[in-house]
Design a protein around this ligand. Structure first.
Ligand SMILES: N[C@H](CCC[C@H](N)C(=O)O)C(=O)O
Length: 307
C-alpha cells in the first residue's frame, strides 16, 4: 500500500454518533493530533462532500485540576460554542467506549463551564447541565431588565420570547402546534436577531400538560436539528418560569424523548437521554499549505469562537 502523496494531509480517525438524531463527528484529540480551522470544519460538516454532522465534538486532555476531560464543540458553520447537551451524552459514552476512562461519573470542562456526566445502562447518560443563566447581559440578550417574557419585534411581528442561557444562548417561543410552527422563517430571523449579539438557538415549545411538551429547535450555526439537548433544558426553564410546566418534564423532539428536571431558580437542570454509535471512520485531511504552516508557527493555537 503506497503512503500518502506529499500533497495529502494526515488521516483523521473519528466516530459518528447521535443523540436522538442530533448527529456528531467525535474526534479523540488525546490519541491523535487535532488542528482544524473553521473552513475545514465546514467542509467536514457537509452532508454531500464531507462526513456530515450537526456538531463536531473534540476530546482533549483536561485544562483544569478537577476535571477528567476538556470537551470542545464546533457547529456545522465552524463556530466554536459553549455547550451541547446531546453531544455531552455522546461524549460520555465515547470516552468510556474508547477506554479513555473507566469512571461512570465524569467531570468535563467546556467553554461554558464544567458539567458532570453520569453513564447509565444501554447507552443512557444523565447530564448535570448546570444552573441556567437568566440575567439578560450574561445570556447575552439585549434587555433593560430581567423578564420571564420579553416582547420582541421580528420583521414587524411582535412576539413574546423567553431568553435563557445553558452556557449557550436560547430564545424560546410558545406555539400551539410544533408541526405547523414557522421554524423555517422565524428560526433564522431570531437566530440572528440584533438583540442576540452572539446569535442564539431558537426553541418552539408546545405544552401538552404540566409534565409533557413537544419542541422543535432551530440551532445557532446548524439550522433545525432533530434534537437539541440544551434547547430542551432552556424550554423547560422557560415553561416552568411561565407557570406552565412542573419540575420533571418529558420533552418530545422530532428524534425522540428527553427527560428534563429542574427544581427552580438556583438549581441545576438535569437531562437524561439515549446515545448511539453509528460507525467508526477515517478521513484524509487536505495537506496544509506552506503559507499556513509558516503562519501556524507564528501563532498560538487559536480557539476560534466564530468563523
Ligand atoms: N447549536 C448550539 C450548540 C449545539 C447544541 C445542541 N446540539 C444541544 O444538544 O445542546 C449552539 O450554537 O449553542
Amino acid at each position: 500500500m503506497t503512503g500518502p502523496r506529499r500533497s495529502q494531509g494526515p488521516l483523521l480517525s473519528f466516530t459518528k454518533m447521535h443523540g436522538l438524531g442530533n448527529d456528531f463527528m467525535v474526534v479523540d484529540a488525546i490519541s491523535q493530533p487535532f488542528r482544524l480551522r473553521p473552513d475545514m470544519i465546514r467542509k467536514l460538516a457537509d452532508r454531500h462532500f464531507g462526513v456530515g454532522f450537526d456538531q463536531l465534538l473534540v476530546v482533549e486532555p483536561p485544562g483544569l485540576p478537577d476535571v477528567d476531560f476538556r470537551y470542545r464543540i464546533f457547529n456545522a458553520d465552524g463556530s466554536e460554542v459553549e455547550q451541547c447537551g446531546n453531544g455531552a451524552r455522546c461524549f460520555a459514552r465515547f470516552v468510556r467506549d474508547q477506554r479513555l476512562t473507566n469512571r461512570r461519573v465524569i467531570r468535563v470542562q467546556t467553554a461554558g463551564g464544567v458539567i458532570e456526566l453520569r453513564i447509565g445502562r444501554e447507552g443512557w447518560v444523565t447530564v448535570n447541565m448546570g444552573v441556567p443563566e437568566l440575567n439578560p447581559a450574561a445570556i447575552p440578550f439585549a434587555a433593560d431588565s430581567r423578564q420571564v417574557v420579553y416582547p420582541i419585534d421580528v420583521n414587524g411581528q411582535l412576539l413574546d420570547l423567553s431568553a435563557v442561557s445553558m452556557g449557550n444562548p436560547h430564545g424560546v417561543l410558545l406555539v400551539d402546534d410544533v408541526d405547523t410552527a414557522p421554524v423555517a422563517s422565524l428560526g433564522p430571523a431570531l437566530e440572528r436577531h440584533p438583540r442576540f449579539p452572539a446569535r442564539a438557538n431558537i426553541g418552539f415549545l408546545q405544552v401538552i400538560d404540566r409534565g409533557r411538551a413537544r419542541l422543535r429547535v432551530f440551532e445557532r450555526g446548524s439550522g433545525e436539528t432533530l434534537a437539541c439537548g440544551s434547547g430542551a433544558c432552556a424550554a423547560v426553564v422557560a415553561g416552568h418560569l411561565r407557570g406552565l410546566l412542573d419540575n420533571r418534564v418529558r420533552i418530545t423532539v422530532p428524534g425522540g424523548d428527553l427527560v428534563i428536571e429542574w427544581q427552580g431558580e438556583g438549581a441545576p437542570v438535569m437531562m437524561e437521554g439515549p446515545t448511539a454509535r453509528v460507525f467508526d471512520g477515517q478521513i484524509r485531511l487536505p495537506a496544509e499549505s506552506p503559507q499556513r504552516r509558516r503562519g501556524r508557527r507564528q501563532t498560538v493555537r487559536s480557539h476560534d469562537r466564530r468563523p
